[in-house]
Design a protein around this ligand. Structure first.
Ligand SMILES: *[C@@H]1O[C@H](CO)[C@@H](O)[C@H](O)[C@H]1NC(C)=O
Ligand SMILES: *[C@@H]1O[C@H](CO)[C@@H](O)[C@H](O)[C@H]1NC(C)=O
Ligand SMILES: *[C@@H]1O[C@H](CO)[C@@H](O)[C@H](O)[C@H]1NC(C)=O
Ligand SMILES: [Cu+2]
Length: 676
């Protein structure tokens, strides 16, 4: 139990005082990610329990086994009396078996340990990918293929690709395909694929199982592939003058351990090696009610499905699950101050576990900053009153929590943006490098057959593909019992006795009773999608709610019986609603690598459970169909997409009516502050 004074601070905060700036040191929070010392203890405890005698143990996932939701919610009400258990969930491999091990850190013991014998495998480790890639270099047939192409072995780098599943009844061993690239004058390896050569490597035995060299295709040239500023040659574009965001009094947010407080928001921010950012217990202060009101219990990106549309032998299996196979958090990279995040950003580290269970740090994995982009949160100029002009303007300032995950070639910039108005904006920016196929073509005039992509440069084919990111959004709007309301805007014809108008539209509301009522493909009809608390009404009688404002309507257009689609079935709908179930976390399946689609959101949802006035989870698929174009070469400028959750009859009136603009900053000549 925490000591008395810290408990007082916790009560003080959780009783939802409106005093925001607490200066306490880090307090224990049961949703905090595991610390490095806890991760080390997990390793010691797991190894000590010797779960797989005679075999070497590898750690594939270690993360917080979060306490049950009800335990957390009652702890919040009374943090002094009940301390939720501190547990870790561990996935290991040993002797070709996957284990699920739960460690209780307060008891220093393994409390459950079972072999998983279903389909699919846990996340790959970095170490085994590196080891698999290295095998190629000393494999005689491979080195022969490299010299046959006139390439230098020391300039070859290889990458491990997960293989998916194509209907095999028994599944495959835990294998990857290793494909290689050529540097020789560039660091942009992804623009220089060595096509035709594939090694299949068994990760459990770390042996090459299959090898073939199928065809010779020219390796695209290095020229024009560089993206490093230091390697660029004149002419250059005109330089920008100095620019910054100035907060002479410091930021308006405070971070206490993993709890972030900013103006009217409070939330917990955690890091997970699979999901990346995890936002919990987000509540917003309501000035009229003088209390914090619950919005989100727990939210994170559950899976990223990236299927390519190229059917050639080296490509058809590229149907990646970036979270479940590679670890979206594990692939997160340190953010660079002043480049990845503005000058006013504050950074936070993340911790993960290496293959041998040893903790590692990703420094600066998150940055948190106030965005002041020159936008307006509300305004009005009233010139209709004779003899007067009334003008009121409030600038928009929001709070951003950013992470960048570089999953191989692609960089995903993931922003969670909290607005004073109560809106949460979810944005993902795609940048980095395309996956391109080496091609014989140097001009589009030569192309007669299906090439599955766009010719971006000589011998460089940018393959068609999708990105589907699915967000797990456990909304608790003013409490756990919520409903999903789907309102369709319907055109109605007018009989000419009522009005000279011929038509208008009206809102047809439907509360989803079961899961099947809440599966939605956006884009066909205009709709208003709401999560409401049917038990809480505003003074004038509307149920309090949050509205989902969707982004682009890209969803999967693959056939339902395509094996990739069976595995990534969540991508078929933009919106899903399920009843809360702690074990239904990963929309592409807990064991996503080579999964056969039998444990995923689409399967869970087939039970068609009741979702009305229940603790529900909203799932949103943010999709991108990507037809590459030449501007994406040699590195693509950020392409952003997103969606919002916005209060809808949650507040009694405009919640930002009484916000004050930030203090004016006198614009002095800051040259003396500039770095040389
Ligand atoms: C375990 O790992 C060690 C060191 O890498 C190796 O020498 C040994 O053969 C491995 N044992 C088994 C059973 O794989
Ligand atoms: C929770 O979900 C899992 C996986 O879908 C299922 O096996 C289990 O029965 C569910 N629990 C409840 C209480 O519905
Ligand atoms: C700012 O100050 C620097 C040196 O003190 C001077 O060279 C520069 O011209 C000033 N800039 C402006 C815009 O006044
Ligand atoms: Cu893309």
């Amino acid at each position: 139990m925490a000591n008395a004074s810290s408990c007082r601070i916790l009560i003080f905060f959780f009783l939802l005082s409106n005093t925001l700036f607490l200066t306490s040191t880090h307090q224990y929070h049961p949703l905090d990610p595991l610390t490095p010392s806890e991760l080390s203890r997990v390793r010691t405890i797991v190894k000590g329990s010797n779960p797989s005698p005679g075999f070497n143990l590898t750690f594939h996932y270690v993360g917080l086994d979060e306490p049950d939701k009800q335990t957390i919610l009652s702890w919040i009400l009374d943090p002094c009396t009940k301390k939720p258990p501190r547990r870790a969930l561990v996935n290991t491999r040993a002797g070709k078996k996957t284990r699920e091990i739960v460690v209780d850190l307060s008891k220093n013991s393994v409390i459950s340990n079972r072999v998983y014998d279903g389909d699919g495998y846990p996340m790959l480790t970095f170490e085994e990918q590196i080891a698999a890639n290295k095998l190629a270099m000393s494999y005689a047939p491979f080195t022969a293929s490299i010299s046959k192409r006139g390439l230098k072995l020391e300039e070859v780098v290889c990458e491990s690709f997960t293989i998916g599943w194509y209907g095999e009844k028994m599944g495959n061993n835990r294998v990857v395909r290793v494909m290689c690239y050529y540097l020789d004058g560039t660091v942009n390896l992804y623009m220089r694929p060595i096509e035709g050569i594939t090694l299949t490597v068994d990760l459990d035995t770390m042996k090459i199982m299959k090898y073939y060299d199928r065809l010779m295709v020219p390796v695209p040239k290095a020229e024009g592939t560089e993206y490093r500023g230091s390697e660029q040659k004149p002419p250059f574009v005109q330089s920008l003058k100095a620019i910054t965001v100035l907060q002479p009094e410091g930021p308006s947010f405070s971070i206490d351990g993993n709890t972030v407080r900013w103006v009217n928001w409070v939330f917990h921010l955690g890091f997970d090696m699979r999901a990346g950012q995890v936002i919990s217990l987000a509540s917003i202060y309501d000035l009229d009610k003088d209390e914090y009101r619950r919005v989100l219990y727990r939210a994170y990106i559950s899976e990223l499905f990236v299927p390519y549309m190229d059917l050639t032998e080296e490509w058809y299996y590229r149907t990646f699950f970036d979270a479940g196979e590679y670890g979206f958090g594990l692939c997160a990279v340190p953010l660079e101050p002043l480049r990845d995040c503005p000058a006013n950003a504050v950074f936070m580290d993340g911790y993960f576990t290496g293959q041998d269970g040893t903790p590692g740090t990703i420094p600066n994995v998150f940055c948190i900053f106030e965005r002041h982009a020159g936008d307006v949160i509300w305004r009005h100029t009233e010139s209709g009153i004779p003899g007067r002009v009334v003008r009121e303007v409030r600038p928009e300032v929001s709070l951003v929590v950013r992470m960048v995950s570089a999953v191989g070639n692609y960089d995903y910039i993931v922003d969670w943006e909290f607005k004073q108005s109560g809106t949460i904006k979810f944005t993902v920016g795609l940048t980095g490098l395309l996956e391109v196929r080496g091609s014989i073509y140097t001009h589009t005039d030569q192309i007669q057959e299906e090439v599955y992509g766009t010719l971006l440069a000589e011998n460089t084919m940018g393959a068609h593909h999708d990105h589907f990111l699915i967000y797990h959004l456990d909304l608790d709007v003013d409490g756990d019992a919520n409903s999903f309301v789907k309102s369709t805007l319907q055109t109605t014809r007018v009989s000419n006795t009522i009005s000279p108008r011929k038509s208008y539209w009206t809102v047809v509301r439907e509360t989803a009773k079961t899961e099947s009522n809440a599966r939605i493909q956006l884009g066909s009809k205009p709709a208003e999608l709401l999560v409401v608390n049917p038990n809480k009404k505003t003074k004038v009688g509307n149920p309090v709610g949050y509205r989902l404002i969707p982004g682009s309507a890209a969803g999967s257009i693959l056939s339902d019986d395509d094996y990739a689609q069976i595995r990534g079935a969540f991508s078929k709908y933009h919106v899903w609603v399920t009843p809360y179930n702690k074990s239904e976390k990963w929309a592409g399946g807990l064991y996503a690598d080579q999964s056969q689609g039998d444990d995923n959101l689409a399967i869970w949802s087939l039970r068609n459970r009741e979702i009305e006035n229940k603790d529900i989870v909203l799932w949103y698929t943010l999709g991108f169909h990507h037809v590459p174009c030449q501007e994406d070469f040699p590195l693509m400028p950020t392409l952003s997409g997103g969606f919002e959750l916005r209060p809808a009859n949650f507040f009694e009136h405009n919640p930002v009516l009484k916000i004050k603009p930030p203090k004016d900053v006198m614009w002095t000549n800051c040259s003396s502050l500039m770095k040389a």
